[in-house]
Design a protein. Structure first.
Length: 95
């Protein structure tokens, strides 16, 4: 049980980091000119969707039984990787 709890806590810490990054992008969007603002906002919405997908996977792990949560780790890691890649892409586009 401790392994599962530690894993879920680690994932939630990553979500918190992503929330801070999304907030920074939203702040940049508010300061951007109209056309750039639309691009920022579209990217922020994409990030929110991917973050939500990752959060849903974390919830599945948290709610899974002791034996089943290990089976969910691959799907969870895939969602986390997709979010990480989207965030990295957004940050590089809007420096």
């Amino acid at each position: 049980m401790a392994d599962k709890e530690a894993y879920v806590q680690k994932l939630h810490a990553k979500i918190d980091e992503w929330n801070a990054e999304i907030d920074r992008l939203k702040a940049k969007a508010e300061q951007a000119e109209a056309d750039a603002r639309a691009d920022y906002n579209k990217e922020v919405e994409n990030l929110k969707t991917k973050r939500s997908d990752a959060e849903n996977k974390i919830d599945e792990v948290r709610e899974a039984g002791e034996g089943a949560w290990e089976d969910l780790k691959a799907g969870t890691q895939s969602a986390m990787d997709a979010m990480e890649a989207a965030l990295k892409s957004a940050k590089s586009r809007f420096k």
